[in-house]
Write a protein that binds this ligand. Structure first.
Ligand code: SAH
Length: 468
């Protein structure tokens, strides 16, 4: 699942203090719009020959100004937003056109196509506002979500936000670094059982923040987390990885790390690409090590994001060595390795009770070229292995295994882009492996699962689309 790839409507919270909003219409459609609008600090101007009792009540309380007449073009002067909310669709569409011609944003009641903006369902705990939009596809779904959130978010939430706001300056002067400060606040509400945490009183929260500030040590030294990004599908990211990404100042990432995963980083973070293209340009490992050390010494919270699991064919030790020599604190967050993702996609266990007790993780390439392995041992043990970086070496692997007595009918499954967009599964045999890799145009990233056949491609493909 790639989030938000196709967002037609941009959700933004616009400052409406003292802005003029024109509402044309005085009955139920206008009243419905006004119910939200009167909560803002905008100057509301209602133009209509007649208005409902409720609107009249709002007028008498000074919440809006009523012009008792039909609208004319002069009403559009100096206006920021227009609501065409008469009970007449044709009239509304006409006003929408007139407004749009003047560059104004307009909402025409119950006519999505005539609207520049639509209003979301709101859960109002001012200043905390949760707005729920479905781009007009399903108002009933939006309402159901709203009802659920209404019941769950405590009414004191707005007050809590105000208390936090009043404490921010104090925390900022004590902890100047943005990333450390984010961590500080993240630990105040750590997301575990959030709803009960939100039920604390303002006083309790204030003393919790003070206690935590007293315990806070100034930490000018940065740190590095080696984080597994998984096989590419953001759904397969661990919570720890998401949290690390969220608090990183600098994100150093590889070629196979997907955009959907990078999106969990903050926009203000610095993103450094250090990809190694197979057979193409690459960032030397020593340079990557140097970047990590330098950024951490500058005081940054660094995330070194590696595809899959950082400890499997990830050259993590070289980076960890460099960090240790420089005396930089580091941590490792494991990720789902691509062999595990590939096995899941074909619905087959990597180990099966009573059948195979071991599985090898092999690389097709090493520093010298095609990697040599204990081919005889592998062939004798039924050649159960997941081969990383094996696409280019597939002919070599096939030849070596056959030469050492492996069964030419041994099942082999190639999974390209496991778990991510463009996934291809090719079920073949050892004897046809390299031929089929070429025939299917497999370029990688791919895992070769030697000794494994898909349980059922149809079934697993179905599962994928259901999960997305
Ligand atoms: N640390 C990574 C492996 C890095 S080596 C891990 O644990 O998965 C790079 C190799 O990983 C690629 O050549 C390919 O064999 C494999 N790989 C990475 N992402 C993959 C994916 N989504 N599908 C299949 N193979 C993948």
């Amino acid at each position: 699942m790639l989030l938000g790839l196709n967002m037609r409507y941009l959700p933004i919270h616009v400052d409406m203090k003292d802005a003029k909003i024109l509402i044309v219409g005085g009955s139920s459609a206008a009243e419905a719009k006004l119910r939200t609008l009167i909560k803002t600090d905008a100057n509301l101007c209602v133009v209509a020959p007649e208005i409902s009792d409720e609107i009249a009540r709002w007028e008498s309380k000074g919440k809006l100004v009523w012009k008792k007449r039909e609208y004319d073009l002069s009403d559009l002067e100096g206006v920021r937003l227009v609501y065409a909310a008469t009970e007449d669709d044709i009239e509304n569409a006409k006003l929408a056109d007139l407004s749009r011609a003047r560059g104004l944003l307009v909402n025409a009641a119950d006519q999505k196509d005539a609207c520049d903006f639509i209003t979301p369902a709101l859960v109002d705990r001012s200043p905390v506002i949760v707005s729920i939009g479905t781009e007009g596809t399903s108002p009933s779904l939006a309402r159901a979500i709203k009802t659920d959130l209404e019941a769950r978010l405590p009414s004191s939430l707005g007050n809590l936000a105000n208390v936090i706001n009043s404490l921010r300056a104090k925390v900022k002067s004590k902890i100047p670094s943005l990333s450390e400060r984010q961590l500080f606040w993240a630990e105040i509400f750590d997301g575990k059982d959030l709803l009960s945490q939100l039920r604390v009183s303002g006083n309790e929260l204030t003393s919790r923040v003070s206690r935590k500030m007293e315990g806070h040590k100034d930490n000018k030294m940065g740190s590095v987390s080696l984080v597994g990004a998984g096989p590419g599908n953001p759904d397969l990211l661990t919570l720890a990885a998401r949290q690390k990404l969220h608090s990183a100042d600098v994100i150093v990432y590889d070629r196979l790390v997907s955009k959907g995963v990078l999106d969990f980083g903050r926009r203000e973070a610095e993103y450094i690409y250090v990809g190694k293209e197979p057979g193409g340009a690459s960032t030397p490992q020593t340079e990557i090590n140097a970047i990590l050390v330098e950024k951490a010494l500058e005081g940054s919270t660094v995330v070194r994001l590696k595809s899959g699991d950082p400890l499997i064919f990830g050259r993590a030790d070289e980076e960890v060595d460099a960090l240790e020599i420089a005396g930089i604190s580091y941590g490792i967050v494991p990720g789902i390795t691509s062999a595990a993702a590939a096995a899941a996609e074909i619905g087959t266990s990597l180990t099966t009770r009573g059948h195979n007790k071991a599985v090898s993780f092999l690389t097709g390439h090493d520093a010298k070229g095609f990697a040599e392995h204990d081919w005889a041992g592998l062939a004798a043990g039924g050649a159960r292995a997941a081969v990383y970086m094996g696409v280019g070496a597939s002919g070599f692997i096939q030849g070596r295994l056959l030469m050492h007595g492996a069964d030419k009918h041994l099942a082999v499954t190639v999974v390209e882009n496991a778990s991510r967009e463009g996934q291809i599964i090719v079920a073949t045999t050892l004897e046809r492996l390299s031929e089929d890799i070429i025939a299917h145009g497999i370029k990688g990233p791919a895992i070769l699962l030697l000794g494994y056949a898909p349980r059922s491609i149809a079934e697993t493909s179905f599962k994928r689309s259901a999960a997305q």
